[in-house]
Ligand binder design. Structure first.
Ligand SMILES: [Zn+2]
Length: 465
């Protein structure tokens, strides 16, 4: 009940050690949508304490990618590295409350996440002794004094009440011997200071919850709601990684993806009610987003399904607009009349404008690789057909005129369709399939078509696709 009164504040907390990936973008999106849906704030925090691997360049790139997707953080951006003084103050508070104690064990003994069912050896050192050793400058970290024999119970929004076995959590480290606090503690302090009311993050953080809740309790702070969203898998149901193909937002951006298409696709990764038959902006998605509709099972990142969203985006663009986007390619050829017709044919298979440009380029340019499929021998009719096409004046060079010339030539020579159209396509473009050949030749232009069909444009000088 009290939760309802609390202002909804969510956060995305990436480490700026690389670029923004699909998984991180989906986490940021859900945080943003939930905050917007509730009229709350969506905050951004860079967890940049790994100074060797963090960079300002990565921060800028992550922020750019988020904004490009329409995921705009509210308020100023937190940087964990700028908060060392605040972290130390919170640690001092935990020390004064007796919630943590110094541990003098050599680093080797404290390393690793091994289960500790017995009380930690330094836990019960007499206060005077540990105080003396600390003031003598003996290296030490700090461990959290967990309540023994306590059942660790917490609630996750997607999973309900969860319990961790009693002996599964030992006195965990909250500060290192250099005085810096660990991730577990820093995240709690920062989330508290940022007034985060709802932590939406990847399910790999689930084991952190009992420990973080103990810190909240020791500090007397109000705990956030926990929402651990499932990991995104690749098509072979493995954790997403580089080998699954492109996965950074920047790569999709470079491939010409429209942000609306990408964001609409990301929304479907776990959100069962996300629209799949139309595109929506971040604002439109926020108006309907509900954490109650987020599924617990892992979604699969599937580029084929993703392409459907690209096609939805393409469907909103006219042939004329797309022909304009292809001007760089069309400009290399003389044909003027049938550009829009070619775009109409080529666009069906494309999920981005860039793919379409490539496809049009492929339709019109002459590759020599497939051309080899015809062998050295040009069809016997090549020079005669060239003459026939040459009889079409420049002003009449259109797909319908070209097609009727080819058809009447074929019928005079008693050539079946497959005896002329396929060889002609290979001859003139190097392709074995594509848009209707009349449209393609029209766009290539009269002079270039005649050179190609008559083989006066020799394969070795023809560009390789
Ligand atoms: Zn110890």
């Amino acid at each position: 009940m009290e939760e309802n009164k609390r202002r909804v504040v969510t956060r995305f907390a990436p480490a700026p050690t690389g670029s923004l990936h699909i998984g991180g973008a989906r986490t940021a999106l859900f945080n943003c949508l939930w905050a917007r849906r509730n009229g709350g704030d969506f905050r951004l925090r860079f967890e940049d304490t790994d100074r060797a691997r963090s960079s300002g360049q990565n921060e800028t790139a992550i922020l750019d990618d988020l904004r490009w997707l329409g995921i705009e953080p509210d308020g100023h951006i937190f940087r964990q590295s700028e908060r060392a003084v605040i972290h130390s103050a919170a640690l001092a508070e935990l020390i004064s409350r007796g919630s943590v104690y110094p541990c003098f064990c050599p680093a080797a003994e404290t390393a690793g996440g091994k289960r500790v069912s017995a009380p930690h050896i330094c836990r019960d050192l007499p206060k005077e002794e540990s105080g003396r050793r600390v003031s003598n400058g003996e290296p030490h970290c700090f461990r959290f004094r967990i309540e023994r024999g306590r059942a660790f119970k917490f609630t996750d929004r997607l999973r309900g009440v969860m319990t961790a076995p009693e002996d599964s959590i030992g006195d965990f480290t909250v500060a290192r011997s250099d005085g810096s606090v660990t991730y577990l503690l820093a995240a709690v302090i920062d989330d508290h200071d940022m007034k985060v009311s709802c932590v939406i993050r990847g399910e790999e953080h689930l084991p952190n919850v009992p420990k973080q809740e103990m810190i909240y309790e020791s500090m007397g702070w109000e705990k956030p709601e926990w929402v651990h969203i499932p990991m995104i898998l690749d098509s072979e149901r493995r954790k997403l990684s580089k080998r699954s193909g492109a996965m950074s937002v920047g790569e999709y951006r470079d491939r010409g993806w429209a942000p609306r298409a990408l964001v609409s696709y990301l929304a479907t990764l776990s959100w069962s009610a996300a629209p799949t038959d139309r595109l929506a902006s971040t604002d439109e998605l926020a108006a309907m987003f509900d954490l109650g509709e987020v599924a617990r099972f892992s979604p699969v990142h599937d580029e084929k399904r993703m392409a459907r969203f690209g096609k939805l985006y393409m469907a909103g663009l006219t042939d004329e607009y797309l022909a304009g986007e292809c001007r760089g390619v069309f400009g290399k050829y003389a044909g003027e009349t049938d550009k829009t017709l070619l775009v109409k044919e080529a666009r069906a298979a494309c999920s981005t404008v860039r793919e379409l440009v490539r496809s049009v380029e492929n339709e019109l340019s002459l590759g020599s690789e497939t051309f080899g499929g015809l062998g050295e021998d040009a069809p016997a009719w090549a020079s005669e057909l060239t003459e026939r096409l040459a009889s079409i004046p420049e002003s009449e060079w259109r797909s319908d005129v070209i097609m009727s010339a080819i058809k009447s030539f074929a019928s005079e020579r008693s050539l079946k369709g497959r005896e002329i159209f396929h060889p002609l396509r290979v001859l003139s473009t190097g392709n074995s399939r594509g848009a209707p050949i009349g449209i393609v030749l029209s766009c290539i232009g009269r002079e270039e078509t005649l050179a190609r069909v008559s083989l006066k444009s020799p394969a070795k000088t023809r560009g390789v696709k």
